[in-house]
Every structure is written in C-alpha cells, then in structure tokens.
Write a protein that binds this ligand. Structure first.
Ligand SMILES: Nc1nc2c(ncn2[C@@H]2O[C@H](COP(=O)(O)OP(=O)(O)OP(=O)(O)O)[C@@H](O)[C@H]2O)c(=O)[nH]1
Length: 383
C-alpha cells in the first residue's frame, strides 16, 4: 500500500489540531483535571511536531521536532503518573534533555540510523513506563484497562519493528526521503488519537467509579449508607440460603441523641456518631456490612451464629457506654433479628421491633427477636 507522505502531513495536522481544541474544552470542563491538562500539553506539542515535519531542513525536524516528541511522551507519562496517584517528578524531562544533548554531537546529528535507534529506544522506554503506570492504576480501571494496554503494546511492537526494519534512507531531516516515514507518521497520528481517547475514557471511568462509591457511602462517617446496605443484603440473602445459616440483622440507635446535640452542639454530636462507628467497625467481623441508616440510626447484617451476634452486640453496647469522645457520655440501644428463609427487609422490621422494645425497656440494652423456623411468629429474648 503506497501512502502519500504529504497527504498524511495535512491529515495529521488537521486531526491533531482539532483534537487539541477538543482537549482544551475537555480539560476546562473537567475542572482543570491534571491528567487531562498533561494530555492537552502533549497533543499541542504533537501538533507543533507535525508542523515541523517539512522537507529538506535538518535542524527543525531533527533537533526541535524530536525534542518535542520526547516532551509529549513526558507529558503523557505525567498524565499516567498523576492518574496512578504519583507526583509528576522529573522523569518527563529525561527524553527531551537527552535528545537535545545528543544533537550537539555531529556524529549523532548527521547519522540517520543512530537517530532512529535512539528515538526508538526512547519511545520504547516511555511506552514501557506508561504500561507500568497503567498496571499501577489497575484497581480503578475495570473497563478501560485492556484497550489501553492493547494500544500501548501495539505502539511498543511498532517501535521494536522499526528498530529492526527502518534503515533510515538519506541524511535529510525530512521524513519524505525515508521509505518507513509514511508508516511512522500514520502510526504516530493513530497513536495520539487512540491515546487521547483512552485517557478521556480512563478519566471518565474513574469519575464514574468515584460518584458510584460516593452514592453508596455516608458522607459524615464514610460507612455504607442505606442504599448500599439493602443492595449488599440481596447477595447475603442468597448466601444464607445456600449455606443454610441464619442471616442476622442488627439495628443500632444512640440514646437521647437529641439531648447530646442540644447540650454540646451539633459538631460534638457528629464526634459521637464518628466514635460509635469506630467502635462498631472495630467489633463487628470483616464480613459484616455496617451502615448508617440516617441520623443516629445504624444497621448491620452478617451470616452467622446467633450466640456470636449477641456477644458482639453486648460488646458494642459496653464499649459505647465507657467511651468518652470529647468527655461526652452516650449509650446505644440495639435490636437484633435472625432467621433463615427470611428476606432482609422482614428481618430489619423484626430488628426494628426489638429496638423499640429496647427503648421501651429503658435504653442502653440489646433486645432480640427470634423467628420460628417456618413461620413469622416472634419471640422476644431479653439478653
Ligand atoms: N450531630 C448530628 N445530629 C444529627 C444528625 N442527623 C440527625 N441528627 C439529630 O439526631 C437527633 C435524633 O433525635 P431523636 O430522633 O429525637 O432521637 P433521640 O433523641 O436519640 O431519642 P431516642 O432515640 O428515643 O433515644 C435529632 O436531634 C437530629 O437533629 C447528624 O448528622 N449529626
């Protein structure tokens, strides 16, 4: 397939120029997200590079153009580092500085094979660094990870094969004299487009995951919220059936919390809520889902042993009673319900009734509703 180099130049300039405009808008639209900021600078550097690929000159395309390529790679590296939660550092400057330095040596500057070799090695190094950063970000990338890996691996293979097959041609800086040049222009243009859209997709996916997580967490205490509790309980219902073990539902309500707020203020009330969450998370087993239902009311569930549930609730009650966040005393009433073949909603209703009993019985107590195996008859067990 014969590709006309000058047509490719025009296409490259047009596409990358347009892409840089899109990226400037995307960057400002995303509240100046640093990942998109570095990507935007990388594309603008690529547009400049495109405009320098002219015929017949040596200095602009060879010295300045390739320094810009390395700066663009450095910016992509920064984008990936920031995405992975690292600081940009100075590694982004390495390629550009090395290239500028090497161009001071005539033996390098006038040798096309040497320039190709060094350029390929630098491209490969940056691409490997991008792949490593992508692997570090794996936890927050479920969908975009594999397309991004594929794109980077393809780029890596292209430069490895260029090192083997691109002999260079003439000593002109212009790519038009090099038989491999049309493939280089085509691949680099497609790579820039692919990488830009990949980074946009990565940032988009990360934002979606953050919003999703935020929608399942209580903003004050960071424990699960009611929505997350009921969503996760669906899976627990099935597991409880499969394992033939009861599902235990717990409801916690801090006693006379309104008085705490009235006496010490809302901020101190918040401290008490945080203190209670700390105690509950410390005592409850890791497989237990603990959530804030709203106000001073919390709930939890787990599949397991009734005796264990009773002792856990007692421990939480006692620890809350002796805890003194900012010298504030508080207590908690707890309702428990457990059963097999019960929906979580019905267990929660039963636990709520038990909680009501605990409140009516004087507060600072644990009450349990135990369901009969095959019907909904309830028995109140005072611990
Ligand atoms: N500090 C703080 N207070 C809250 C928050 N959400 C709800 N509250 C307060 O929690 C209090 C709940 O009061 P009530 O429902 O009367 O319950 P209570 O005073 O604990 O009484 P009992 O449950 O019957 O022992 C109200 O004063 C709410 O304003 C919050 O996020 N922070």
């Amino acid at each position: 397939m014969a590709l006309d180099v000058y047509t490719l130049f025009i296409c490259e300039l047009y596409v990358l120029g347009f892409l840089s405009i899109i990226m400037i808008f995307a960057w400002s639209g995303a509240q100046y997200d640093r990942v998109l900021g570095f990507t935007t600078v990388a594309i603008i550097a690529s547009v400049w590079l495109g405009s320098l690929r002219s015929h017949g000159h040596l200095f602009l395309p060879v010295a300045v153009g390739n320094t810009l390529v390395m700066l663009a790679y450095g910016m992509w590296l920064n984008a990936f580092r920031v995405f992975a939660g690292l600081r940009p550092g100075f590694s982004w400057l390495f390629g550009a500085l090395l290239w500028a330095l090497l161009c001071c040596f005539p033996s390098f500057y006038h040798s096309v094979p040497k320039r190709i070799m060094v350029s390929c090695l630098l491209c490969i190094s940056y691409t490997v660094a991008l792949i490593i950063m992508l692997i570090r970000s794996r936890a927050c990338l479920q969908i975009t990870f594999w397309p991004a890996q594929l794109l980077l691996c393809f780029h890596l293979v292209f430069h490895l094969s260029r090192m083997c097959f691109d002999s260079g041609g003439s000593d002109h800086g212009a790519m038009g004299h090099n038989p491999f040049s049309s493939y280089v222009i085509l691949e680099s243009t497609l790579f820039v487009i692919g990488l830009t859209f990949t980074i946009l997709a990565m940032v988009n996916e990360r934002t979606q995951i953050r919003y999703k997580q935020a929608s399942l967490r209580d903003p004050l205490t960071s424990v699960w919220n009611r929505r997350a509790l009921f969503a996760q309980a669906k899976t627990a219902e099935k597991k409880s059936e499969q394992r033939e073990q009861p599902l235990v539902a717990l409801v916690f309500d801090l006693d006379h919390f309104k008085n705490i707020n009235d006496r010490y203020g809302h901020n101190q009330g918040d401290r008490v809520l945080l203190d209670f969450c700390r105690i509950a998370k410390k005592v409850l087993p890791a497989e237990c889902t603990f959530s804030r239902l709203g106000g001073e009311e919390f709930a939890a569930f787990f599949i397991g042993d009734m005796q264990k549930a009773q002792s856990l609730c007692e421990e939480i009650r006692l620890l809350a009673m002796i805890s003194r966040p900012d010298n504030i005393e508080y207590t908690v009433s707890i309702g428990m319900a457990a059963g097999r073949n019960h929906s979580f909603s019905s267990l929660m209703m039963m636990a709520d009734k038990a909680l009501y009993e605990a409140k009516a019985g004087g507060r600072n107590r644990v009450e349990m509703m135990r369901s009969a195996p095959h019907n909904a008859t309830l028995t109140s067990v005072n611990l």
